[in-house]
Design a protein. Sequence first.
Length: 148
Amino acid sequence: MFRLHLAVSSVCLLFWFASTIPGGSTQAAKVNAGVVNPDRSKPAAAFTIDCTPAQLKLSRGELKSFRVKINRRAGFSGTVTVAADKEKLKPLGFKLNSFSQTTADSQISFELKVKNKAQPGSYRLQLVGQDESGKPISRSELVLLVEK
């Protein structure tokens, strides 16, 4: 008989392996590896983020709001930072009221302004959800449709 200890950080995996038992028979064994949290006093960061709505139609010069929902899992109650890449947005003619916000709530609201210099077309705004250590945990995308 043997034991298998497996630690996998931030990913739940399911492994199947076969072991040969003395006497010639083969047995399939199942091993579950879960989220590992070195600090057992609080759950590992487990959440996803989603933009609501997933798509915004805007005209040049217009200001609109959107929300980022934080879907917490596995008892995670820590703070979440949602950030957008400021350097990618500015040259395209978009401005957010804040490029990064932190909350312990279930959602964050942003305001997006399309400057008059923005060209009509479709753009993708990438948002990243980070845990308290700054580690990226989840990503979401907001499609921006700029009309003439």
